[in-house]
Design a binder for this molecule. Structure first.
Ligand SMILES: Nc1ncnc2c1ncn2[C@@H]1O[C@H](COP(=O)(O)OP(=O)(O)OP(=O)(O)O)[C@@H](O)[C@H]1O
Length: 357
């Protein structure tokens, strides 16, 4: 996520001047750790930060030795720090992973160009092979083209749906066993709240999973599930922002989470915990996972969301498939399937982008 991560997260000199680090008791405390408010020295901060991520990986058995792991690398702060920490931990603890950087070029002039440069630098700095896949190559449309067709309002849906699938397709080209993303604790807490607000129980039940898609072609993991955004920015920080319509709905949840965090830093973990504790009645009917009839990608509908959106774009009907629009209305072609599927769709499909990870 781009944005307001700087507040309160910068290295803060100890107000007491000479106070010692609560961890080592030897060096002077150099910052107040955002997650715990401990006064801590830089050296100990790096150790606990990396150690917590290692514990998360180990406790959840995220990887097996020999796996090929594609790191979703956007060039933003989270995935940049993730690439660095994961390559360090892989070396230090002999995870035995083959790590790759995987970037999706959405085709947003003046935005992705710069962050791709960051990823290219990371390829050299961290010694990790880089694969770039683009919307233009995969779908025939850049985000710039899509925005021209649909305007600024609904483009988040395209970006989210296409990116999700593009990551899978890029990872398949890399023959990856897993994809890891830089989603952090704040992102997950926001998503829990958003799914509660939308009454989206299907997504609520899975948005706190550290690994998703185990029934699909390539599972995805979030090693930063318990890592605070403010802790991450103490590592190298890259200011990024969305130039096409920030997701306003998510913005409200973000502000709310930041307010809660100011009052009580644990609030982020508490929200994740409440999402984890969420249980669905066994009698509730949930969408069944199948494959898209058009492209073969996993989908709970006859056609996956990307194919529905792409069909709309190619037919000059870019709003097809946005929100709860009845898809395929009036069309006599294969998209009739989508019409049927969309009718069956519950309120799980929203107009504010994809709330899956
Ligand atoms: N264009 C992309 N190419 C590859 N991976 C991506 C891309 N965009 C997002 N991701 C992956 O999804 C995660 C969450 O993306 P999101 O857009 O929410 O950005 P973010 O939270 O700001 O993360 P980052 O700081 O890494 O950009 C990223 O950390 C990254 O792993």
């Amino acid at each position: 996520m781009g944005s307001s991560v700087g507040d309160g997260a910068k290295l803060q000199p100890s107000r007491e001047g000479g106070r010692l680090c609560v961890r080592c008791g030897e060096r002077k405390a150099a910052l107040k750790r955002p997650k715990t408010l401990e006064q801590i020295c830089r050296e100990c901060f790096y150790v606990v930060f990396e150690d917590e991520i290692h514990q998360t990986i180990a406790n959840n058995s995220l990887f097996k030795a020999g796996e090929r792991v594609a790191i979703g690398a956007s060039g933003g702060k989270d995935s940049t720090v993730l690439a660095y920490v994961l390559s360090e931990l892989n070396r230090r603890y002999n995870y035995g992973l083959d790590l790759f950087l995987l970037s999706v070029d959405e085709g947003i002039t003046g935005y992705r160009d710069d962050s791709l440069e960051t990823v290219k630098r990371n390829e050299i700095q961290y010694g990790l092979p880089l694969k770039i896949v683009s919307y233009k190559d995969l779908y025939g449309w850049t985000m710039d083209d899509i925005v021209k067709a649909i305007g600024l309002k609904n483009n988040c849906t395209f970006c989210g749906v296409f990116r999700r699938q593009a990551l899978d397709r890029g990872a398949a080209l890399l023959k990856a066993d897993k994809i890891v993303t830089g989603h952090n604790a704040d992102d997950i807490a926001e998503t829990v709240l958003l799914n509660i607000l939308r009454g989206d129980i299907a997504r609520l039940s899975r948005c706190t999973f550290i690994t998703t898609g185990e029934d699909g072609p390539i599972p995805r993991c979030k090693p930063f599930k318990y890592t605070y955004e403010k802790d991450i920015v103490i590592y190298p920080f890259y200011e990024i922002y969305r130039i096409y319509s920030p997701n306003a709905y998510r913005g409200f949840a973000r502000e709310f989470i930041k307010d809660l965090e100011r009052m009580r830093p644990r609030a982020i973990l508490d929200i994740i915990k409440s999402g984890e504790n969420f249980r669905i009645s066994t009698t509730t009917r949930m969408p069944e996972q199948g494959t898209c009839e058009c492209c073969g990608y996993i989908s709970s509908q006859t056609l996956c969301k990307a194919c529905v959106l792409l069909d709309g774009l190619n037919r000059g009907l870019p709003k097809l498939g946005i929100g709860r629009t009845k898809v395929g209305a009036g069309s006599g072609d294969g998209m009739q399937h989508a019409k049927h599927s969309e009718r069956n769709r519950s309120s799980l499909q929203g107009k504010h982008g994809n709330l899956d990870f």
